[in-house]
Design a protein around this ligand. Structure first.
Ligand code: ADP
Ligand code: MG
Length: 368
């Protein structure tokens, strides 16, 4: 057991808000944190011990990071797994999770191997391929680039033949394989944030209910307002996924809930997730706390909610608005990621309210 506590330096690839909140959780446990990120004064660097200025995929910079760290972690899934492979023994999240999560085709094959329910899908390489598979999958459906998409970018929804032109344009513009996915008629989108250590113990956050605006997460309500058996099933699927990856740390899974109560898995992210931010105040062990516990192979707690939580993302100048409004709101927890410039649509912070009346809280937030 003692050797666990000799590992006290954490190296984090990526210096955004997820890295920042990881550092804050690591610091109160006494760990030191070094950030690898090309940007000076990025969100995580403001709270970390050291900063290595460099690219995530630069083997020299990664080597430098490993020299100052006992344990490595990443805060986003688009790191080059090949660059990290030599340091696998110091990367509890592992490179398999990266390889699976950064490519929708790998991800779908991985889910299918585990018998996890997903939408019907097909690989798309060219326009002819699209036509052939449209017959099979049918409208509505969605075409997605296999790699690099986020917040709905790199996607075209097809409702009828009229949308084919936009789909063909995406195929022509994108240098790589795409996937065509059948549209899932969901009644709700939910997510499960789960953390695991290498000894196989898990902590699972309350299931979150997510509302998107312009394909960007807008609001999370947790625990999700769905039946207990749905929550249990969602947690079971999440556990199967982390076991399948022999994962350590925090991982999030986005799911669709259908009218008949069944679940379809959308995608996963091998890192803390925006839909788990509520857990900082909303549970007794945040997703960042359980991430650090997981990667450091510490004991994993049973996560207990402090009430119901409402988490609102603050994009662009909404952060400043929330800060002004919060002057008279003692129960509002406004998080400011410390980003220099409030560009429209940019995630600048979030707001969490722990409540015993979700409806009333939502009403109050109505103006955002
Ligand atoms: N097959 C689908 N059926 C229904 N809705 C979908 C489907 N795929 C994507 N969406 C909608 O688009 C959003 C973004 O898609 P997602 O695959 O999660 O991409 P991203 O990587 O951009 O988050 C989802 O949260 C969901 O609202
Ligand atoms: Mg998504």
């Amino acid at each position: 057991m003692a050797e666990l506590f000799n590992q006290y330096r954490i190296g984090i690839i990526g210096g955004g808000q997820l890295g920042r909140m990881m550092v804050l959780a690591a610091k109160y446990m006494g760990y030191r944190a070094t950030i690898l990120d090309p940007t000076l004064d990025c969100p995580a660097v403001q709270v970390a011990d050291e900063h290595i200025v460099g690219d995530y995929d630069d083997p020299k910079a990664i080597k430098h990071l490993t020299e100052c760290s006992d344990v490595l972690t990443y805060e986003f899934e688009n790191v080059d797994a090949a660059v990290l492979a030599p340091y696998e023994d110091r990367l509890p999240q592992g490179t398999k999770a990266l390889i699976v999560a950064q490519d929708r085709i790998n991800e779908k094959n991985f889910f299918e191997d585990l018998n996890i329910p997903i939408a019907p899908w097909a690989e798309i390489h060219c326009g002819g391929c699209l036509n052939a598979n449209l017959t099979e999958i049918g409208y509505p459906c969605v075409l997605k680039t296999a790699r690099g998409g986020y917040d709905g970018k790199g996607q075209v929804v097809l409702k009828s033949d009229e949308d084919k032109a936009a789909a063909l344009e995406l195929i022509n513009d994108y240098d790589g394989t795409l996937v065509l996915e059948g549209w899932v008629p969901f009644v709700k989108e939910i997510s499960v944030v789960i953390s695991r250590n290498k000894r196989g113990a898990c902590s699972i956050q309350p299931v979150a209910e997510n509302i998107h605006k312009n394909n960007i997460l807008h609001l999370t309500i947790a625990p999700a307002r769905v039946a207990q058996n749905v929550q249990d099933e969602a947690k079971k699927l999440a556990t199967q996924i982390v076991e399948g990856l022999d994962y350590a740390g925090t991982l999030a899974i986005e799911m669709f809930l259908k009218e008949d109560g069944s679940l379809v898995i959308n995608e996963m992210a091998p890192r803390p997730h925006n839909s788990g931010h509520f857990s900082i105040e909303g549970t007794q062990n945040s997703q960042f706390d359980t991430h650090v516990r997981g990667i450091m192979n510490l004991a994993m707690p049973e996560v207990v909610a402090n009430g119901q939580s409402v988490m609102l993302n603050l994009l662009g100048d909404e952060l400043a608005q929330a800060q002004v409004r919060s002057i008279d709101e003692p129960t509002w927890h406004v998080h400011d990621y410390g980003k220099a410039e409030a560009k429209p649509g940019r995630k600048m912070g979030h707001l969490t309210i722990v409540t015993n009346d979700v409806e009333k809280t939502l009403e109050k937030l109505g103006e955002f």
